[in-house]
Write a protein of this length. Structure first.
Ligand code: FAD
Length: 408
């Protein structure tokens, strides 16, 4: 058993957080022979409601790494078009069939399957260490620079000295708080309730948003069941609970009539999870010895289902920009600032789109009347190229990255 406050061997890069950003970065650095320790506070990846979308640009990264076929051998469904049902009319918002990628679809796969897959591939590199059940509680400092991580482990507290610490610890990060990095918050008028309902083989396959009677639902096809997002006004969950479970069930059935025969599966509020939506970003992603990426640097809203993709692209860009300096032990604060300069614009513009969409959704949630497809949306979706532009934005993001590092 390790004594409290033991110091373990120095690593080149200590990554806090084993989400998409952390595991991808750990994988890529270890692939280039760099010593990496990824700390994940949970003992497994088996947590629901973390987003299940693996976008064409991420699938393209898997192709570049020679892992695409192996990944797609895992049970998943494929979203090739994203549509929205307004009232009783369906319009296609995005058609991914023409994307310049090998996989022209979003793979819908539980995030734990994706993370387990990537971690198991990373284990083949001797310099990759994944520490499950290790929670970062603070940072080590020397002369104003971060010099490693303090963590609670199942065997007590340890210090992990590191040349570079990367905060990939999501929306409530220890890393950025310990480093006092300045945060800019965007107001968000919505929250999301998540639950699942069983799926029949003859139910719609493609991604569908449903709008009516002041409600907005998104159904994600997970083959045997639908993972369902139900948008509510910010802080509106308590009021909803007071109105009762039956009223909630009726709202679902009213907007998506084919679910009426199974809404009774939600027989307790315990089956409904509230996820608070945040949109924020650091004005400074790094300080000497520390870099934040993914949601730790810029929490993304679920709108567009693009947060995982952005976190993964951040990780790829970080590996591309820092590998050489880490290999030659010549890392400077300038290298870390470069990651922000390189990624920030694409991330910020994506958040601008999400904030705009929140405004539209907020108007939907405040209009309890039956809705009809607005003429503007009808015209917009009939413009040639519209569905391909939206597909490009959703499927590839504003700045898709490519693997530029080499295996050791
Ligand atoms: C309701 C909701 C639904 C969403 N749905 C989607 C979707 O469908 N598609 C999509 O692309 N995006 C979605 N997003 C956004 C997406 O979840 C995030 O943008 C994405 O997960 C960010 O990845 P990340 O690796 O930066 O952080 P995270 O995925 O949050 O991973 C952070 C990891 O760090 C660990 N951690 C935290 N603190 C510590 C610590 N102190 N020590 C050690 N480990 C720690 C956590 O346990 C976690 O595993 C959704 C977001 C919300 C709120």
């Amino acid at each position: 058993m390790m004594p409290p406050n033991a110091t373990i061997a120095k690593t080149t890069c200590c990554i806090i957080g084993g989400g998409p950003a952390g595991i991808m970065l750990g994988f890529l650095l270890a692939r280039s022979g760099i010593e990496v320790a990824v700390l994940e506070k949970h003992n497994d990846f088996f947590r629901d409601f973390r987003g299940d979308t693996i976008h064409p640009s991420t699938l393209e990264l898997m192709y570049e790494l020679g892992l695409l076929d192996k990944l797609l051998a895992i049970r998943h469904s494929e979203l090739r078009r994203a549509s929205i049902c307004v009232g009783d009319q369906i319009v296609t918002m995005a058609d991914l069939s023409h994307l310049p990628t090998h996989a022209k679809f979003v793979a819908l796969m539980p995030q734990w399957d994706f993370l387990n897959f990537l971690a198991s591939e990373a284990y083949q590199f001797p310099s990759f260490k994944l520490r499950m059940g290790w929670e970062a509680t603070g940072l080590m400092h020397h002369n104003g620079a971060t010099t490693g991580v303090i963590a609670n482990t199942p065997n007590g507290a340890v210090e992990i000295p590191a040349t570079l610490t990367v905060g990939c610890d999501g929306r409530h990060p220890t890393s950025r708080e310990a480093a006092h990095l300045p945060l800019i918050e965007e107001g968000v008028p919505i929250d999301v309730l998540w639950f699942r309902l069983s799926r029949s083989p003859d139910d719609p396959e493609n991604g569908l948003g449903y709008v009516n009677y002041g409600h907005f639902l998104v159904l994600i096809n997970r083959l045997d069941y639908f993972q369902i997002a139900f948008l509510i006004p910010k802080n509106g969950f308590e009021k909803m609970q007071q109105q009762g479970l039956e009223s909630f069930q009726q709202s679902i059935a009213q907007v998506v009539p084919f679910l009426a025969n199974r809404v009774a599966e939600i027989d307790s509020w315990d089956k409904v999870k509230l996820l608070t939506v945040q949109v924020n970003r650091l004005s400074q992603w790094s300080s000497p010895g520390l870099l934040c990426i993914g949601d730790a640097a810029h929490a993304m809203s679920p709108v567009g289902g693009i947060g995982i993709n952005i976190a993964l692209q951040d990780a790829v860009a970080t590996a591309n920009l820092l590998t050489e300096a880490l290999q030659s032990n010549s890392l400077t604060p300038h290298h870390l600032q470069h990651v922000q300069q390189y990624r920030e614009r694409a991330v910020h513009n994506t958040q601008r789109f999400q904030v705009f969409a929140h405004g539209v959704l907020n108007r939907v949630l405040n209009n309890p009347a039956p809705v009809k497809l607005p003429l503007s949306l009808r015209i917009l979706t009939s413009i040639p190229g519209f569905k391909y532009l939206t597909a490009r934005f959703i499927g590839m993001g504003l700045q898709p990255e490519h693997i530029k590092t080499r295996p050791a």
